[in-house]
Ligand binder design. Structure first.
Ligand code: UT7
Length: 328
């Protein structure tokens, strides 16, 4: 542990106005509101207009995070965007957001850690501040899942929504900020979640409708098992590294993939559902944006107090997982 604390100075989020309800989905595929609520807990997702680039969501979330941090765009030294749904392979989403918010002093790059992306990006940002290389870093999770979903496949189209969440990371009093982190990857399980881009294998084609190859595909039950196990392991790892007990944690802000996954992890950790931030009923799965959007909602609701022990945890494509323990 160092003398320097690295913590979150401000948070922000953007959710598009357009809503897609379970009842809307009933008209699109062979599904029911009852099935979606019972199997996932989801009710509504936000969908970005087709003619708006996705980075615009991240830019709006960023402006709020910078304002809430009491800074201006000129104070930002680096922008890291986590996304698995970039508008372009180049320019990066980070460069597009930099231009939009006029952060002319910032360097900028993207990270693809799939749904774990925010945990990866925040941990990278922390290292730059700990070494003294940068002072204020904007970390944005920007996801437009509606653009890579096969809207005729009920197995996945009912799950996803669009959103962006942002935080500004900077120096804080050494008692506060990030205390421990854990990042992991399981490339041997890569085939369980795929979104083809510049290459499409025969296996990828077999899993998808002809003419719709560049869409999301997952083995839901394999990922479900991995999700609960990795969430529990990740939370336990950071709590142990911090020399704390699970009961010392005030709030867990998890990836929002399925209410049954959160409940399953809560049960195995011996915690009640009230210790978890749960927003998926109103957002669906928004990939790496889940954690920062939920964090921003909790801050706005006044549910996080100075000195609270918060654990951020996520899992997803890669497969990958990770967690961060912080003193707020
Ligand atoms: O963020 C990325 C990480 N991803 C995840 O964490 C996802 C993890 N997995 C899950 O959350 C769940 O596995 C799903 C929500 C994807 C699926 O739920 P499930 O309870 O595991 O359903 P299942 O795939 O086992 O399917 C059960 C039945 C099947 O019908 P049969 O074969 O029993 O007749 C499916 O065809 O439910 C059917 N089904 C649906 N029925 C109505 C699948 N999707 C739907 C649907 N509406 N939308």
């Amino acid at each position: 542990m160092t003398d320097l604390g690295v913590g979150i100075l401000g948070t922000g989020r953007f959710l598009p106005d357009k809503l897609l309800t379970n009842h809307d989905l009933e008209k699109m595929v062979d599904t029911t509101d009852e099935w979606i609520v019972r199997r996932t807990g989801m009710q509504v997702r936000h969908i970005l207009d087709e003619d708006t680039p996705s980075y615009k969501m991240g830019a709006e979330a960023s402006k709020l995070a910078i304002k809430n941090a009491g800074l201006t765009s000129a104070d930002i030294d680096l922008i890291i965007v986590s996304t698995e749904t970039p508008d372009y392979l180049t320019p990066s989403m980070a460069c597009l957001i930099q231009r939009d918010i006029k952060a002319e002093n910032a360097a900028a790059f993207d990270v693809n850690g799939a749904c774990t992306g925010f945990i990866y990006a925040l941990t990278i940002a922390e290292q730059f501040i700990l070494t003294g290389y940068y002072e204020n870093i904007l970390v944005v999770s920007n996801e437009g899942l509606s653009r890579i979903v096969d809207w005729e496949n009920r197995n996945s189209c009912v799950l996803f929504g669009d959103a962006a969440g942002a935080v500004v990371l900077g120096k804080v009093d050494k008692k506060h900020g990030i205390k421990e982190s854990y990042l992991a990857a399981f490339g041997n399980l890569a085939h369980n979640i795929t979104i083809p881009c510049c290459f499409i294998s025969e296996e990828d084609k077999e899993k998808r409708r002809a003419g719709h190859e560049r869409v999301f595909w997952q083995d839901g039950s394999e990922v479900f098992t991995f999700a609960i196990r990795s969430m529990v392991d990740s939370v336990k790892t950071v709590v142990k590294k911090a020399g704390m007990k699970i009961q010392d944690v005030d709030l867990i802000v998890p990836h929002q993939a399925n209410l049954r996954i959160i409940n399953g992890a809560a049960k195995r950790l011996g915690l009640g559902e009230e210790k978890f931030s749960i927003i998926l009923q109103e957002t669906g799965n928004i990939s790496s944006a889940s954690v920062p959007v939920a964090l921003d909602m909790e801050c706005e609701a006044g549910r996080i107090n100075k000195g609270d022990t918060i654990v951020l945890v996520a899992f997803g494509g890669g497969l990958s997982c990770g967690a961060i323990l912080m003193n707020w």
